[in-house]
Ligand binder design. Structure first.
Ligand code: ANZ
Length: 814
């Protein structure tokens, strides 16, 4: 390679070792600077290594970390490994190696891959959830939950997967199959540790309001928590004067339209009220239901099945006798596990009534030409007024709900109330590779928690760590570990382990003080660094990880251990990168692109730049290897502009006097790259830098000071190349201590204008563009706006109108 050429390989090696040797990215716990905490969702180190899709988020967070450092912030940007859990254990089983060995090997591969990207990580803070010095504190936090009464043992029906030999959370089961491996899942009753996340349901819901998170993610959490305000109504059961059937409904205004009741097959009343005649049919039906997952039971498109119990309920409003069915579309775990059937106005009830030839009554009018209620339910319409309902006739939905609610309460047969979709969190797994619980049981079944001084409870070494295939846990096989004498008592350790989620519920707190061996984190450090200013990770974690972590954080807040109610102030999801064939990147599809290969051929800076140039960060986009060539050409052009053939400063970067065109273009570029980077519009920031480079070439160069300013803009994106050029420009200190350039405001104001961007006539954002910008770039800029993008997503744009200097209007199909 000739002396002055862009030799990315040696440049990247040189700066990576420089940064490591100088600890350039060490975050200072004591600083007069403002702090900025940038967190990635840490990876679980799988055996396949990282692909180019995984590093998109890490690149984005690194651009931000470097940008914030240039802006003068004291930045914390850590990395670690979520190394316990089912995938790690499955991989170990597949390769017949101990998970500790495979985990260590995988971590080494991941670390090396991540380092080769030149991320500005403070490696002194690296953590690993399987390290006893880490999981000691996971156990310690579990004890906090336990001592607050938020962890209890429950004998509940769970998703049991015989092949994986473990219980799975509902979220780990899809269509009756395990997410991992795709094995059949059935319901079994076993003793489980359960965390009372439901006690925090309202706070988890309410505190979403203050967060700078994507609205769609907040909505997913709201739906997951699923708060419903409604009414609990007691129906008398014929022949059982001491019992009643309590239903939960959000449509108590339709009480006069009830023509049957349905209870979940698992409902405790099922066996009691079923008459002799229907006993065996009901038993059969219950058995069949137990094989199905909730999803299979509740899908709207699925045929509604059920079985009459022979028993009848009495409608408290009008004394009408209605049949009681068991049916699997009613879930045992929601509301009261029993519903009043209103086939006139609920689709599922309608279908059920048609199947079983039950009466269908209209009690809500849709207007003068009410359609035939026997053809379709007039469902969920809260606009109409009540009919055929005695004292509720003529009232609106809201009025009728209030009236009947009062009436039921007066009669003592109902009360308004709230129910949540959120269930308590089943927190134990019957596997090996996880955190042991820090407690034991005495012979009477009492729980004996370990004291803090006895932590960690080490995960014992074990040859045969495979699931037993029965409900017995692997750890139960080691009697020397299981049977202990503790404080003079003979006890048996808990042999379940914690689920994969445990370690990731609090890792962001450990990064703050990773080496502390007498406490989980020091209070003053927590006070300084928290909350996380920016959290970047996949949208697939919207419900579980993000909800679980928020829950633990709130418990820690209640214990006075953290100083904020919420852990993650701003959240950004990177979009998925598809393979070149537009399909999901996966080994089985053969379309995986490894960063290692790309780095070898083009260098890490080209890879970083390409990842950020592909399109809006949140968008789903296909990988195109030829796209790398484009950004690589750009880097070479920048290089050649500043470095001559002999490796010295080129005359084109050492002009004594600048053209006014370059001066103005630079000011605008500084402004735009700053604003775009801040707003995660990395692709438009990069194109602005490309444009600037073109201008400079046309004008035959720039001054040294201008070259420096420009390199500072590019540094967050292509840090190795920029460090090398920075040095060539005569700087003796690394870019990690440099500051973002300033620009002359006078140069940027006059020819910019701000336009409103509307989608179907509604204001969705504003953009600031050059007054003489052409329509193509105005439209591109408008579409890149976060608020606008959201409203264009997956919609067909019918018309694009630009009124120069004033407004952009998109007309989309609704
Ligand atoms: C009568 C009715 C009439 C209903 C009507 C709806 C429409 P959300 O909003 O999701 O909370 N339900 C109650 N418990 C159930 C269970 N365990 N399994 C399945 N369905 C259940 O939904 C509340 C509604 O879901 C309740 O209101 C009940 O049906 C049903 F025109 O009662 B409704």
């Amino acid at each position: 390679m000739e002396k002055g050429s862009y030799d990315f390989k040696s440049i990247e090696e040189k700066w990576q070792s420089y940064w490591a040797n100088h600890k350039s990215f060490r975050a200072e716990d004591k600083s007069t600077k403002s702090k900025y905490y940038v967190l990635d969702m840490f990876p679980y180190p799988s055996g396949d290594g990282l692909h180019v899709g995984h590093i998109e988020g890490y690149t984005a967070s690194d651009v931000m970390a470097r940008f914030k450092r240039l802006q003068g912030f004291n930045v914390l940007h850590p990395m670690g490994w979520d190394a316990f859990g089912l995938p790690a254990e499955q991989y170990a089983i597949k390769t017949n190696t101990h998970p500790r060995v495979t985990t260590e090997r995988n971590v080494n591969v991941f670390r090396q891959q991540i380092k080769s990207m030149g991320f500005s990580i403070d490696w002194d803070r690296e953590i690993n959830t399987t390290d006893p010095n880490y999981y000691k504190w996971t156990q310690w936090i579990f004890l906090k939950l336990y001592n607050k009464g938020l962890a209890y043992i429950s004998d509940s029906a769970v998703n049991w997967c015989p092949q994986l030999g473990t219980v799975l959370a509902d979220e780990e089961v899809t269509n009756g199959l395990s997410e991992v491996g795709g094995f059949p899942v059935e319901k079994r009753k076993i003793k489980q540790w359960v965390l009372k996340i439901t006690e925090y349901a309202d706070r988890l819901l309410d505190d979403l309001e203050g967060l700078d998170w994507p609205e769609s993610t907040k909505e997913m959490q709201r739906n997951w928590i699923g708060k419903s305000v409604g009414c609990y109504i007691d129906f008398a059961i014929e022949g059982f004067p001491k019992k009643h059937l309590q239903v939960f409904t959000t449509r108590h205004d339709t009480l006069f339209g009830v023509t049957f009741c349905v209870i979940a097959p698992e409902h405790p009343l099922t066996s009691l009220i079923t008459t002799k005649e229907y006993q065996s049919k009901v038993d059969d039906y219950v058995q069949k239901t137990l094989q199905k997952s909730d999803l299979e039971r509740t899908g709207l498109a699925l045929q509604k099945t059920g079985q009459f119990t022979g028993a009848h309920a009495i409608n408290p409003a009008n004394g009408k006798k209605v049949p009681i069915f068991v049916a699997d579309y009613v879930l045992a775990g929601y509301g009261t596990g029993a519903v009043m059937g209103v086939p006139g106005h609920d689709e599922r009830d309608h279908e059920f009534a048609l199947n079983y030839k039950l009466d269908i009554l209209r009690v809500v009018s849709s207007g003068s030409n009410d359609e035939d209620i026997h053809k379709a339910a007039y469902s969920n319409n809260k606009q109409g007024h009540i009919v055929n309902s005695d004292f509720l006739n003529g009232l609106s939905h809201k009025e009728a709900c209030e009236r009947i609610g009062q009436w039921l309460e007066e009669k003592g047969v109902g009360k308004t109330g709230i129910t949540y979709r959120l269930r308590d969190w089943i927190f134990s797994r019957q596997r090996y590779w996880g955190e042991p619980f820090p407690l034991a049981h005495d012979k009477d079944g009492n729980v004996v928690p370990m004291t803090d001084a006895d932590l960690p409870v080490f995960l014992p070494e074990m040859e045969d760590f495979k699931p037993t295939g029965t409900l017995e846990t692997p750890l139960a096989k080691i009697s020397a570990w299981k049977n202990i004498e503790y404080k003079g008592q003979k006890l048996q350790r808990e042999t379940n382990i914690m689920p994969q989620w445990a370690g990731s519920c609090w890792y962001y707190l450990r990064y703050i003080d990773p080496k502390n061996d007498h406490e989980a984190w020091a209070k003053d450090k927590e006070n300084y660094w928290m909350p996380v200013d920016l959290y970047i990770g996949g949208v697939e974690h919207a419900n579980l990880h993000l909800l679980y972590a928020r829950f633990w954080h709130k418990v820690l807040f209640d214990c006075g251990l953290v100083s904020h109610k919420e852990p993650f102030k701003k959240l950004v999801h990177q979009g998925i990168i598809l393979g070149e064939n537009n399909e999901k990147m996966s080994k089985s599809r053969g379309n995986v692109v490894s960063p290692t290969t790309v780095i070898k051929e083009w260098g890490a800076d080209s890879l970083r730049l390409y990842e950020m140039f592909m399109g809006p960060l949140e968008a789903v986009k296909p990988w195109q290897t030829q796209g790398i060539a484009g950004v690589n050409r750009f880097l070479k052009r920048v290089w050649r502009l500043i470095v001559d053939e002999n490796g010295n400063l080129a005359s084109t970067a050492n002009l004594k006097k600048s053209s006014s065109l370059v001066e103005t273009a630079l000011a605008k570029t500084i402004k735009k790259v700053g604003e775009d980077t801040e707003a995660f519009r990395f692709n438009t920031a990069i194109s602005a830098m490309m444009e600037f480079t073109n201008t400079v070439y046309k004008e035959e160069g720039l001054t040294r000071k201008q070259a420096e300013d420009f390199i500072l803009l590019l540094a967050p994106y292509a840090p190795h190349t920029c460090e090398e050029i920075w040095e060539k420009l005569g700087n003796t200190q690394s870019l990690s201590v440099a500051l973002w350039p300033k620009f002359d405001a006078k140069l940027v104001v006059d020819d910019m204008c701000t336009l409103s961007v509307m989608v179907n006539g509604k204001l969705r954002g504003t953009i600031t563009v050059a007054k003489n910008a052409d329509n193509v770039s105005v439209l591109a800029e408008a579409k890149a706006q976060e608020g606008v993008q959201r409203h264009l997503e997956a919609k067909v744009i019918k018309k694009e109108i630009v009124v120069p200097g004033r407004v952009v209007n998109f007309v989309v199909e609704d």
